[in-house]
Design a protein around this ligand. Structure first.
Ligand SMILES: [Mn+2]
Length: 324
């Protein structure tokens, strides 16, 4: 019998698994990858009696693999907040899924554990850019502003580390990162004792300096689009850059288009103030999908760039007309 822990390589996936494993330690085979690598369960070759725990990846995106491992006789527990579709009712399968917009997987695990390792859930909520949830959940911990700032920065750094086309783009393989942080009950001890935090914080700030030099591809008072080059630094910073734009300009929608072979990887954020419309826009394109507040297109062909920018501006129209 084997144990598998299957987790999204971002802050939320890492912290969700870490919270559970602090309470239920087990030496499991780790299955993870870059943040956008979500078809993770297909990598598990399960046998009868195996136990698989999944954190922070969509059930719907792994539906066939789930059926296959259950057919093989494995038992599966699933913690997640992404779109799930129909949740199967089968022996050996337990789902802890909540797709409410203010919830992340680490908060689901936190509820499951009655808040036993809340500080890690707060880190993850900041990582998933759920600032209000992070502050609310942190209340009983009575942390001071400096400690809260550290948890927030750690969440942002762990989340930043997961962005890339492949593991080669990342500073740390998420599985290695977990081996380091699993020794710490408290994230505030982790940041002091391990160089990881400083390394990631410096790398994030270097990448951000480069992104700050970019000029928008298209801009109105309601919608701004940026193009990022096909380089490792751009792939790493795209998520943090998008979150930063969204937080700084809550009335605007943002699109970040990262060049890749054949076209662009597109990430769209609806305005934080009215967080709807991103999914409807992206679904107009073949490989598009996501949530109302945040959606994306896996590959926007170069030839569709103009069509996308026009659709983006129509989806989030300018409040005042062009200057006369
Ligand atoms: Mn998440």
């Amino acid at each position: 019998m084997k144990f598998y822990d299957v987790f999204n390589g971002d802050a939320d996936g890492l912290c969700a698994m870490h919270q559970l494993r602090l309470i239920e330690p087990r030496d499991a085979i780790l299955v993870t990858g870059v943040k956008r690598d979500i078809a993770l369960l297909s990598r598990v070759d399960a046998r009868k009696g195996d136990e698989i725990t999944v954190f922070d990846i969509s059930l719907d995106a792994n539906r066939e693999a789930l059926a296959r491992v259950l057919d093989a006789g494995a038992r599966v527990r699933w913690f997640d907040h992404h779109h799930a579709g129909d949740i199967p009712r089968r022996p050996g399968f337990r789902a802890h899924i909540d797709t409410a917009p203010e919830i992340c997987t680490s908060l689901i695990v936190d509820r499951f554990l009655n808040g036993r390792h809340r500080a890690w859930a707060v880190v993850a909520a900041f990582g998933d850019n759920l600032r209000e949830s992070a502050w609310r959940e942190a209340e009983p911990l009575e942390l001071d502003d400096t400690q809260m700032h550290t948890l927030r920065t750690l969440g942002e750094c762990l989340n930043y580390n997961a962005y890339g086309e492949s593991l080669a783009d990342l500073h740390y393989d998420p599985a290695e990162l977990y081996e380091t942080l699993r020794r710490y009950d408290n994230p505030l001890d982790f940041v002091v004792a391990e160089p990881v935090f400083e390394v990631l914080r410096n790398a994030l700030s270097d990448d951000l300096v480069r992104a700050a030099e970019l000029r928008p591809l298209r801009a109105s008072d309601a919608a701004v689009a940026f193009r990022l080059p096909d380089t490792a630094w751009a792939r790493r910073i795209s998520g943090f850059f998008s979150n930063q734009l969204a937080n700084t300009f809550p009335m605007r929608a943002h699109a970040v288009l990262t060049e890749r072979a054949g076209g662009y990887l597109v990430s769209v954020r609806a305005p934080v103030s009215v967080a709807v419309g991103a999914d409807a826009l992206c679904r107009q394109f073949e490989s598009g999908g996501g949530r109302a507040a945040a959606a994306g297109i896996q590959l926007l062909p170069e030839a569709d760039l103009g069509r996308f920018l026009d659709a983006f501006e129509r989806a989030f129209p300018a409040r005042r007309g062009p200057a006369a």
